[in-house]
Write a protein that binds this ligand. Sequence first.
Ligand SMILES: Nc1ncnc2c1ncn2[C@@H]1O[C@H](COP(=O)(O)OP(=O)(O)OP(=O)(O)O)[C@@H](O)[C@H]1O
Ligand SMILES: [Mg+2]
Length: 266
Amino acid sequence: MPAIQSLPAQTPAARQGNGLRLENISKHFSASADTRLQVLDNVQLDIAPGEFITIVGASGCGKSTLLRLILGLDEEFDGRILLDEKPIKGTGLERGIVFQDHRLFPWLTVEQNVAVGLKNAPLTPAQKRDTVREHIHLVGLQDFTESYPHQISGGMAQRVAIARGLVNRPSVLLLDEPFGALDALTRTRLQRELQNIWQHEKITMVHVTHDVDEAVYLGDRVVVMQPHPGRIRRIVDIDLPQPRNRSDARFIALRDDVLSDFAELS
Ligand SMILES: Nc1ncnc2c1ncn2[C@@H]1O[C@H](COP(=O)(O)OP(=O)(O)OP(=O)(O)O)[C@@H](O)[C@H]1O
Ligand SMILES: [Mg+2]
């Protein structure tokens, strides 16, 4: 798999603003005509512009539901979601998403798949082409622009999905277990690359993972959720310099600390 290029430093413009505020978010689903399932209970979180938040928690504790609400796919919830102090309304170009399965169109090339992300962008065709190429370069796939999804590896496909999620230059990128389906080596490599991209793009990341090691490796803060109903159990500051060293005693201590929550929950 090709490596991503060394990236030139960018101005920190994208770090301005007030960030993302989740204010008393509660969410119910109708399980049947007369039963309501509470999935999220009073989730409150202030995310600073440019912060990398990772979310871990048992299956079913509402992590994907929370991302769907932030993305604006589901507007039926209690509470408010504010981006730079303005309530979000539906989906918007300032919020991108990457899912666990890459969701690329098999009949489109890498370049065309990334361009899908720009469908609604107010850009000329030439600006779109340049932006697509820039983002393909960002994820190190410049030699694969004409390839189709079946011609590239799972890790490369996930990098295409990341490029597509970033191509609108969102201020927030939401990632729902983006590396969950990858082998351990590829996952470790993409974690490093994602961190590199984050430092380059200076955007806010909200990254859901089942992997506590990944959460501590990437996050400025790790949000630990617990189920029935889904809520924040605690938030752990990861006050370690980036890039992190997994064999550092402080890293191991923080990882074990977060893991201990899971032992208590199971
Ligand atoms: N559209 C829906 N209708 C009814 N219930 C739903 C719906 N979507 C999710 N749920 C329920 O909400 C709860 C939370 O689901 P969600 O997918 O957000 O969990 P999760 O934390 O992302 O889990 P996982 O780690 O397995 O991905 C689950 O009990 C699920 O069954
Ligand atoms: Mg999920």
